[in-house]
Design a protein around this ligand. Structure first.
Ligand code: BG6
Length: 484
């Protein structure tokens, strides 16, 4: 693999500690980093490299720190302020030194693990200091940015414009970490490598789809960011719309970023934009009790910690199928799942089958206990003709004895390899904002009143009422399959 140097801006922050360093360390333990590799950790705190390495060791929650010393030898720390253009010249110097040391042009990778409100200034300063240019022997630096990609369509466009001033699309890696999750990638395999499902994959057989990301945690020290963002922008606009896209898109011609993006775009463009009246009946916004008492939350905050929206795709394949997308914090448990409910066709034959909800649904459990389950109706043993719902399951844990890589391991490796297929494109982000903006605007005008829910449960009663009005019910509050 080509030599590489990772510059992590915001190296002392949460994202770096929780996701980036553990992922790079895991790659290093598996010998998946290039032999010529370096990390430049950059942040405002005036640490020496030695102190930074020691702090990192203490703060990282790693069960197994074998090989840690080897790994940390690859890390240098540089105090700088990328937003204020402080010390970027020294960064240029360090990059040049590494280039001389390895006698080749290492792939430069800039990881912008910084607060979203300084993205634009930071990119501008990289450009001003010539850091967006290739190193002396050629090569194009890559830049990694993380969601949120803007705040709405307008700010997403402005952010995109500021980055594309210095970096071309093939240099920009926009992370939505859900796309790096193993089970999410398995959606492709499940749909396109198993001929039995694809013929059923349309409004002819599918009744509805429920996509849920439930979390047990609250704002966890991210109050300042979260209070400005809310559940709709934090999770639904990106992770949940992406899951909806993967479950509904047509097969791409191949696995390259362009083909996948093209098929995804067709779906997101086809999502019907809700009118103000529809927003009143198709969405729920809610906040958990005691949210206002948390650190760095405005005392009169109207930010939602639970968001639900019912969406439709305006194309012949999906016309009329409701997609219920919901996410919330401080719920009973952590689970992300997609449940595909099939239409009721033959049950009438079994008069005494009164079980609700009806079986015949497929669950794709993204986390935890990753797996896929099919709920079927089976004949109860005995002389009668009674039916009972049963589950057929495929669980990663029992089917494979290999641990699954963390999403960030996969994504960071792909950045080094130059593969953009699991990353977000600018047009996809903009199309998703077009779905979300009208909802945000209506909520800001209080067209949908903010309700509240008790922590530790399954969210507000309004969410149950919304789906029950449609004659349906939530199929999976908690883990339904692979309870091992
Ligand atoms: C992030 C959100 O994108 O995803 C967080 O900003 C959320 O608020 C997190 O907690 C959930 O990710 P995961 O991988 O734990 O489901």
């Amino acid at each position: 693999m080509q030599a590489a140097v990772f510059v992590i801006f915001g190296a002392t922050g949460n994202l770096a500690k929780k996701r980036i360093f553990p992922a790079l360390f895991a790659l290093s333990k598996q010998n998946l980093l290039p032999p010529k590799f370096k990390i430049i950790a950059a942040a405002r705190t005036p640490f020496s490299s030695q102190i930074f390495r020691r702090t990192l060791r203490e703060t990282l929650d790693l069960q197994n720190k074998d090989n840690w010393e080897d790994f940390t030898q690859k890390i240098d720390y540089l105090p700088l302020d990328v937003a204020q253009d402080f010390n970027l010249k020294d960064l240029g110097g360090l990059l040049d030194d590494f280039e001389k040391e390895v006698k080749t042009c290492p792939q430069r990778i800039f990881y912008m693990a910084i607060a979203p409100d300084i993205f634009e200034k930071a990119t501008k300063n990289l450009g001003k200091n010539g850091l967006h240019q290739s190193c002396r022997h050629g090569g194009k630096p890559r830049i990694i940015i993380e969601k949120p990609f803007g705040w709405d369509l307008k700010s997403a466009r402005s952010l995109a414009a500021s980055i594309t001033k210095y970096f071309t699309q093939d240099q920009i890696y926009r992370i939505d970490h859900y796309l790096g999750k193993e089970t999410v990638q398995n959606i492709f395999a499940f749909r396109f490598a198993n001929e039995i499902f694809e013929p059923l994959w349309s409004n002819q057989y599918i009744d509805s789809v429920q996509i849920t990301t439930a979390e047990r945690i609250g704002t966890e020290g991210r109050g300042e960011f979260y209070d400005k963002t809310g559940a709709l922008r934090d999770i639904l606009q990106n992770h949940l719309i992406q899951l909806m896209t993967l479950i509904t898109m047509d097969a791409p011609t191949n696995f390259d970023a362009k083909s996948i993006n093209q098929k995804k775009l067709e779906i997101v463009r086809g999502i019907k934009k809700l009118t103000a009246d529809e927003i009143k009946t198709h969405t729920v916004r809610s906040q958990y009790e005691d949210y206002l008492a948390e650190e760095k939350i405005a005392p009169d905050s109207k930010t939602e910690t639970y968001a639900l929206t019912k969406l439709f795709i305006d194309n012949p394949r999906w016309q009329g199928v409701p997609f219920y997308l919901r996410t919330g914090k401080k719920l009973e448990g952590k689970v992300t799942s997609i449940i595909i409910q099939f239409k009721e066709k033959g049950h009438k034959l079994f008069k005494n089958f009164s079980q609700k909800p009806l079986p015949n649904h497929i669950t794709i459990q993204i986390q935890p206990n990753e797996g896929i389950g099919i709920r079927l109706a089976a004949k109860k043993p005995g002389l009668g003709q009674e039916l009972e719902p049963v589950d057929m399951e495929f669980c990663y844990k029992t089917s494979f004895d290999k641990p699954q890589p963390e999403a960030y391991e996969r994504l960071l490796l792909d950045v080094m390899l130059g593969d953009q297929s699991l990353f977000m494109s600018e047009d996809l982000i903009e199309e998703s904002w077009k779905v979300i903006d009208p909802i945000e605007e209506a909520w800001a005008k209080n067209l949908v009143p903010l309700s509240s829910y008790k922590p530790g449960g399954w969210g507000p009663k309004e969410a149950d009422e919304l789906i029950e009005k449609d004659g349906r019910t939530w199929l999976a509050p908690l883990l339904t399959i692979c309870r091992i």
